[in-house]
Design a protein around this ligand. Sequence first.
Ligand code: ARG
Length: 265
Amino acid sequence: WFKSLVLVVGVGLLVSACGSGGQQSSGTGASGSGSSSGADEKVYVVGTDAAYPPFQMLEADKISGHDIDVMNAIAEAGGFKIEWKNTGWDPLFDGLDKGTVDIGISSITITDKRKEKYDFSEPYFEANQLILVAEDSPVTKLADLKGMKIGVQAATTGEEVVKKAFGDTYQGLMGYDDMPSSVDDFFNGRVDAVVGDNGVLQYYVKKIQDKKFKLIKDDSFEKEYYGIMVKKGNTDALNKVNEGLKKIKENGKLQEIYNQYFGTN
Ligand code: ARG
């Protein structure tokens, strides 16, 4: 008799020098759902901007976070293989356009504008914008930021709300390639406020406790829903994602992941 050799193929994380200061990362992708797959089974490339804690981040050179766990769980439940690529934010969209990335998960808000070029999964997370200011700041609402320097991550919904309030060419608008840079500049005093997703700003507030600042929600901030994005018309990838997502919503896995990252807030 012979012993069958079981090869566990860890899908290496593609190293990307884009964005986020060119950090390198390595790790393993989801391992599929135990199907005895042939070597030619499609591996879906999942792009993310791993500089958005606690949704996607690099810890000890390993990509991790809420969205990473969600996507790995979706792939497992949906029975398909993925490999991770830390693209950065803008290049994630380019990668989908060019076909070097199949699936994008990166706390991406489902918007009508993005829907013109991309298709979204069912939502997997609810979010909203918040304003980060110094604790002694007189700011109580978005309009109060007029004339101030406001940091945002460029090409995000945070930038959108600022443009909507103060115009597309507002002088004080400072767009950063990634979220941590905008928060750094806030702590360095280069911007007066940061507008961004609640989960991320709350993460920084919790983490950096010696700084004195506060978070403000403006009445105009609408509910946002994160979706997983594919190039428009890529129904193959989208169906697989939605199938897996449905399963992890039903079996409680999505909630479990949520609790792990946000349950103790
Ligand atoms: N939710 C916001 C948007 O879709 C910000 C997402 C930024 N994500 C990231 N990984 N930097 O515009």
